[in-house]
Design a protein around this ligand. Structure first.
Ligand code: SF4
Length: 398
């Protein structure tokens, strides 16, 4: 049976998977660790084509999924109903997860693998969770995780030691730092981490924080070596934005996101700035509208599928239907090529939490000759950038 890996990734995001008793996840899989916003709360799998996916397994809607993960002598596979649809791989649990930093903290409580990169929420709890009444985003689980499943305090040394262990074992090339809302102090808090990481590892660094009112701060971020920056708009429709993200609505506002994205594209360049949006919390036309507008100004879209994580205000809601999401991901790919935005260039970055822009090609029907030319150019760019990056890392290690 020929499967479409992009479509399967989408189906699994939207429907989840049941775990058969034949599976031995405690020995064979990465631990299920809910950290940061909660999207990584599922099981990490590698689908045919090398697509990483983090699949919901414990949320209410999984009870109705047609997908089951099973194990036999030749490994793991997925069944849909009674039909085996494909073999899959489980990325093994990283050994560094159980190691301790020199201050005695368990490394999996400092950073977690999300696909092939390390994600670190290095700040205190987002202030939206601490306000009275709380105004946190309704899908978010940061306030349920920090201090419980992840460390409340993560020193620079803790972070650096965890990164070095992940680089050694998992050959990571990218570290993604994010914070919640900290009254505008987000970049002050992050910059010392970034400087040390860049100086001591040379790895690629991505930053995701609420937009800063002082836009010139982004010039400084570029100077200290940040490679990628993203802004979580989450919801494009203004009314839904107010309902779903009350803190962002009251204390930041949608305009600041667009201003920061536009400014950062001038500083970082096209394709190195992303606007994040959650599909399934608003009409898909609104999501597509955001994707098109991001692309017009040179930004890539990072589109997550809404996951009603346990314990959050939306835990009883449903994720979107895969059929409704196909036009969203198709458009996500098309607009990048139409607007000549480089995608998929950085080496060894496979993301399990979202469908990457380049994975949107799985939703195209037939061959588009214009896209073929753009794909060839992208592949050439990829080749040269990866050679440059590998040389940089090699000399950094010496
Ligand atoms: S800004 Fe919203 S999504 Fe981000 S950490 Fe705070 S509550 Fe969560």
């Amino acid at each position: 049976m020929k499967i479409n890996p992009g479509l399967l990734k989408l189906e699994l995001f939207c429907k989840g998977i049941k775990i058969d008793v034949s599976c031995d996840l405690s020995n064979d899989a990465r631990s299920i660790l809910r950290t940061r916003g909660g999207l990584g709360s599922g099981l990490e799998l590698i689908l045919p084509g090398g697509l990483y996916v983090n699949i919901p397994i414990e949320e209410h809607f999984v009870a109705k999924t047609p997908y089951v993960l099973l194990k036999n002598n030749s490994g793991y596979f997925i069944k849909e109903g009674n039909e085996v649809i494909c073999k899959v791989k489980l990325p093994p649990k990283p050994k560094f997860y159980d190691k301790k930093t020199s201050s005695g903290k368990i490394m999996s409580r400092i950073g977690v693998m999300q696909g092939t990169y390390l994600g670190i929420y290095s700040a205190r709890i987002c202030e939206f969770w601490r306000m009275t009444p709380s105004v946190n985003c309704k899908f978010c689980s940061v306030g349920l995780n920090v201090g419980r499943t992840e460390e409340y305090e993560k020193s620079i040394e803790d972070v650096l030691e965890t990164i070095k262990a992940a680089r050694e074992e998992e050959k990571i090339t990218f570290i993604h730092f994010n914070t919640g809302y900290l009254f505008g102090e987000e970049l002050d808090m992050l910059e010392p981490y970034i400087k040390r990481v860049k100086k001591e590892t040379g790895l690629l660094v991505g930053v995701q924080c609420p937009p800063n009112s002082n836009l010139s701060r982004y010039n400084h971020l570029k100077e200290i070596g940040v490679d990628h920056i993203s802004f979580c708009l989450e919801v494009n429709n203004p009314k839904r934005f107010e309902e779903i993200c009350p803190g962002k609505y009251k204390h930041i506002g949608q305009n600041k996101y667009w201003q920061a994205i536009e400014y950062c594209i001038k500083i970082f360049g096209r394709g190195r700035v992303a606007g994040e949006i959650i599909a399934g919390l608003e009409d898909s036309h609104d999501t597509i509208n955001a994707i098109e507008n991001f692309a017009k100004i040179g930004a890539v879209s990072t589109v997550c599928i809404f996951r009603p994580c346990l314990g959050t205000a939306l835990e009883n809601s449903n994720p979107p239907e895969p059929q409704d999401m196909i036009p969203v991901f198709k458009r996500m790919y098309e607009v990048c090529l139409e607007n000549k935005i480089p995608i998929g260039i950085a080496p060894n970055i496979k993301v399990s939490l979202v469908l990457l822009p380049e994975e949107g090609k799985y939703f195209l029907q037939g061959l588009n000759k214009n896209f073929l030319v753009s794909e060839i150019k992208l592949n050439m760019l990829k080749f040269f950038y990866r050679a440059y990056f590998n040389a940089k890392i090699f000399f950094n290690k010496k």
